[in-house]
Design a protein around this ligand. Structure first.
Ligand code: SF4
Length: 352
């Protein structure tokens, strides 16, 4: 039996039902793919439904403010995805006459869309024969063919793409890709049940006892440690309370989100060093002559290239500071959940 027929037969019995499957609206498929880039399907499904409800068309998404989009994205992390989504929607409205690009190359021009996402949209929405290659597909195909090229590099993508182009079902590339992704995710799992696999008789990894050794992963660069000290400066707690928040500028992943005023360090500050640095920070930024605070438990936040160790310095002030940097604003504590926040700040607030 041909590879695609075997895969199709497995998919008929085991394929997942998902709200973005079996549709051909490129906008909705794109939304689902961007949401799922670094998110589990169960969590992504809720966000997808919320986005589709708030912004049913690409024109609705383009007309929204970045703040609205970031707020709806809150909790998903990797906010650059939301900013790119929004920028690409505006690009489609302004540069493409409001029509979603219908070629692989045109889709690749959208901000935040790489080869994998372009292949997914091109195949699901337009039935173009571009194979999708995500982590699950790498695992399945590495094992099936006994390929030991380190995965998730440009070179590996091209090698797997060439191979899959010889296997893809050109009549139904959409179903082929969905089946490929589901097979890698549900059947050829990290610890698979090979006895129940329809490819057991031809799987090179199984036949050569290398299932646990494949795929080969490229070594990752060690993340850099950073220490963040946030200032949660509150007043009027009896009357509901207010605190100070700062909109994050610059070009990093949290651009446009709100945070407590932040003092950064490239090493962990010892208690005495923290006390004197905090006093200096409070005086320079808010002209607070004295500064006593309560220190939170430490929070750790893992990003792709950085490990952030965060502590929150919480202080109860007798009145609002009269001086503050231009990008800092007073926010009602009751309203704080309505502004887009990095997940780290969210976790701290939930812990209080
Ligand atoms: S036999 Fe096992 S390792 Fe090989 S493709 Fe099937 S599930 Fe994956």
């Amino acid at each position: 039996m041909a590879f695609s027929d075997k895969l199709e037969a497995w998919y008929n019995d085991n394929g997942r039902t998902l709200p973005w499957r079996g549709i051909d609206d490129p906008y909705r498929i794109w939304l689902s793919e961007i949401i799922l880039q670094q998110t589990r399907i169960e969590q992504g499904r809720d966000y997808y439904l919320r986005f589709v409800e708030a912004f049913p068309t690409v024109a609705d998404l383009a007309a929204a403010s970045e703040e609205q989009v970031l707020r709806l994205w809150q909790g998903l992390g990797y906010y650059s995805r939301a900013r790119n989504l929004h920028a690409a929607a505006r690009y489609i409205m302004d540069e493409c006459g409001g029509r979603f690009p219908s070629t692989y190359e045109g889709i690749l021009k959208l901000k935040g869309v790489g080869r994998y996402t372009a292949a997914a949209i091109a195949s699901f929405a337009y039935r173009l024969p571009h194979p999708v290659i995500d982590g699950n597909v790498y695992r399945f195909i590495s094992r099936l063919r006994g390929i030991s090229t380190p995965i998730a590099t440009d070179a590996a993508y091209s090698e797997f793409e060439r191979l899959l182009l010889t296997l893809i079902d050109r009549r139904r590339p959409d179903r082929f890709n969905a089946a490929l992704m589901d097979f890698g995710s549900l059947q050829c799992r990290p610890a698979p049940d090979c006895a129940a696999c329809p490819f057991a008789d031809e799987c090179v990894a199984l036949l050569t006892d290398r299932v646990a050794l494949l795929p080969v992963k490229a070594p990752k660069a060690k993340p850099v440690d950073r220490w963040f000290y946030y200032f949660d400066l509150r007043w009027n707690s009896a009357g509901g309370g207010q605190t100070l928040m700062q909109r994050r500028a610059g070009k990093d992943i949290w651009r446009g989100l709100w945070q407590f005023p932040l003092m950064e360090a490239d090493h962990e500050l010892a208690p005495d060093e923290l006390a004197s640095s905090a006093r200096q920070f409070a005086e320079e930024n808010f002209q607070l002559p004295t500064f006593g605070y309560q220190l939170s438990a430490p929070f750790r936040h893992q990003l792709t290239h950085r490990t952030i160790h965060a502590l929150f310095l919480r202080a109860e002030l007798p009145s609002p500071p009269t001086v503050m940097p231009a990008d800092v604003s007073a926010v009602d504590l009751g309203q704080i959940k309505n502004i887009p926040l990095p997940r780290l700040i969210d976790r701290y607030l939930q812990n209080l």
